[in-house]
Design a binder for this molecule. Structure first.
Ligand SMILES: [Zn+2]
Length: 309
């Protein structure tokens, strides 16, 4: 426990990751809710039953579905951008934490590591850190396609069950709203459709933020001579933390050898720092006065090598 205090700034970086996650989660929810609200306005335009022919009602519904699909595409684009912004902020928080900590020890790294957040985001969204042929845009597109498939299932099942057009429209609205409570028999009426429309997007967002945090962490401590390893910490969230993560809690890894957390992971990392802060301050002071410390030389060179100068 005493070790934890050696780089308190890093706990702050994790807190920022959590805050970014929450903000993003709310944003994604709000985006879907907005689509549902827009749909509600459209549904109001559908003529009530008995007033118009079946054919006209079908036309209304088709228009309605088309509009919905367009909105889902727009939403996908917005999510794609928003997630990257939050990934960048999370990565930056880790960079800042390290700079701040080194600053406290007497090493001014202001402006260092400044290309890392962008590199990390790119490597993740283009799937470079994953083995499979995966990209964020493809994954989002897949999630989007599933939503569209669900929309068509709802329309087809609704028509087959001879539900009034207005009711089908209302069910679509319910489907798109992640906060709308679905009736208990939802999956019986609309088999195979998701009960939480934003589940896939949320899962991707959360995982990418966690990985942005981890990857940046790996980059910034890589050459830091005072950090000798990585200690894994589990959050022990009730019902959320899995056994593998609980078992991994407190485990030490060599730098760069810690695993990537699984999807939606919440774990955080702690640097292993064997020296006391005073010892670090002394070494840095000696280095500043011309003392021979090739590891510090290399660290500083690497830190600013990332600044594009
Ligand atoms: Zn786990």
């Amino acid at each position: 426990m005493t070790k934890k205090k050696k780089m308190p700034e890093i706990a702050l970086a994790n807190a920022k990751k959590v805050a970014n996650c929450k903000a993003l989660q709310k944003k994604i929810q709000a985006l879907y809710k907005k689509v549902a609200a827009d749909l509600a306005k459209e549904a109001a335009k559908i003529p009530k039953d008995g007033k118009v022919s079946e054919k006209i009602k079908r036309n209304y519904l088709d228009q309605y579905v088309k509009q919905l699909e367009k909105e889902i595409d727009k939403l996908e684009e917005t999510i794609y951008k928003e997630v990257q912004v939050r990934m960048g902020l999370t990565a930056q928080a880790v960079v800042d934490a390290n700079i701040k900590w080194m600053g406290k020890a007497g090493l001014n790294l202001a402006g260092a590591f400044d290309t890392i957040p962008e590199e990390v985001v790119k490597n993740l969204i283009y799937g470079k850190v994953y083995k499979k042929n995966w990209t964020f845009s493809k994954a989002l597109w897949k999630a989007d396609s599933k939503i569209k498939k669900d929309i068509h299932t709802i329309v087809a099942e609704g028509l087959a069950k001879q539900k009034p057009t207005f009711d089908i429209a209302k069910d679509l609205e319910k489907y798109v709203n992640p906060s709308a409570k679905k009736p208990w028999d939802w999956n019986k009426v609309y088999p195979g459709t998701s009960k939480k429309v934003d589940y896939s997007a949320q899962r991707l967002a959360r995982t990418l933020l966690q990985h942005a945090y981890q990857q940046t962490y790996r980059q910034v401590i890589k050459k830091n001579p005072f950090v000798t390893g990585v200690i894994w910490h589990s959050v022990f969230a009730y019902g959320r933390t899995c056994q593998a993560c609980m078992d991994r809690d407190g485990q030490r890894f060599d730098k760069g050898k810690e695993p990537l957390d699984h999807p939606m992971g919440l774990c955080y990392l702690e640097p292993e720092i064997p020296l006391s802060m005073d010892e670090i301050v002394d070494q840095l002071a000696d280095w500043a006065h011309g003392g021979h410390h090739p590891d510090i030389d290399e660290y500083v060179r690497d830190a600013f090598g990332h600044s594009g100068r």
